[in-house]
Design a protein around this ligand. Structure first.
Ligand SMILES: Nc1ncnc2c1ncn2[C@@H]1O[C@H](COP(=O)(O)OP(=O)(O)O)[C@@H](O)[C@H]1O
Ligand SMILES: [Mg+2]
Length: 272
């Protein structure tokens, strides 16, 4: 077995100044790592608090409806029906919340491989668009497709997951923009030619400027967006979009003006 030789650091070659500069540098890197750790811990606690809050609200509503139904008081058939309908709706909210949370945890788990396939970028988007045209979720809006004519690249993606990204973005556009307005699915190859940029534009109510930098955070709640009364949606849709896009090596951003509309853009690396 060979012995490892340890050598004394040579102070002669290093001036005291350069040693102390390196020490200061190491110290500031340590402080930065510590700050990041604290931020992650804060986000984690906030996320757990949000999850408990989100789960508690529908459960409380279901509990009171069950208490009402089993209270022994005389109930009209209408009362009974409306309590059962409330239980049905709130159970649906719980189901979609739990499904979305589980989906998000799975996407973020990097030990789970993506099911990637190489596919033509424009072919994939065209096929998605024609499916969306036939989808009743978007039938109250006018869908339009605009693909850069010069686009000829290939992307290597988990198709189901990128479809989920597009569904979430188109779903939001349809949810937050008035009936009859146009939703545009647009794709361009930026000048670097290394990425494809896909945008979903709507003419809806827009997003307040101060909320824009937070909407992708899993821990963030935009006003009443996560109350159980909001139309089916867990408030996790954009966190899922971000997690999927980032696992593909892309980025996602949003530009929006209140009262005018929003434009969500995500990028994907082109592989050929
Ligand atoms: N196209 C859009 N137009 C206006 N607001 C939007 C749009 N997309 C997202 N938002 C805002 O961002 C929030 C988070 O979106 P998301 O994560 O998809 O949750 P959800 O749609 O379930 O509320 C929404 O509650 C809404 O306030
Ligand atoms: Mg949504």
């Amino acid at each position: 077995m060979t012995k490892k030789e340890f050598t004394r650091p040579s102070i002669e070659n290093d001036t005291i100044e350069s040693l102390s500069a390196r020490l200061l540098d190491a110290n500031s890197q340590l402080s930065e790592a510590n700050r990041r750790l604290q931020e992650l811990q804060r986000q984690r606690s906030e996320m757990l608090a949000n999850i408990s809050h989100d789960l508690r609200a529908p459960i409380t509503a279901i509990r009171s409806a069950v208490d009402y139904l089993t209270s022994g008081q005389e109930l009209t058939p209408e009362d009974r029906l409306s309590s059962l309908q409330l239980i049905d709706r709130r159970t649906g909210t719980l189901e979609s919340l739990i499904e979305d949370m589980y989906y998000l945890f799975c996407v973020e788990d990097t030990s789970k491989e993506l099911n990637r396939q190489s596919i033509s970028a424009s072919g994939f988007l065209e096929e998605y668009f024609y499916d969306a045209l036939a989808d009743s979720r978007y039938s109250r809006h006018t869908l339009r497709l605009d693909i850069d004519e010069a686009m000829a690249g290939t992307i290597c993606i988990d198709i189901q997951k990128i479809v989920r990204v597009l569904d979430n973005l188109l779903g939001n556009a349809a949810k937050y923009a008035a009936e009859g307005t146009e939703i545009l699915l647009k794709a361009v190859c930026p000048a670097d030619e290394e990425h494809l940029a896909v945008s979903v534009l709507d003419h809806g109510k827009g997003i307040p400027q101060e909320a824009l930098e937070h909407i992708f955070e899993r821990t963030y709640t935009v006003s009443s967006a996560r109350t159980p009364c909001s139309a089916a949606g867990s408030g996790l849709g954009l966190s899922i979009v971000k997690a999927i896009v980032e696992r593909h090596g892309g980025t996602v951003s949003c530009e929006s003006r209140e009262g005018e509309g929003s434009c969500f853009t995500f990028t994907l690396p082109l592989t050929g």
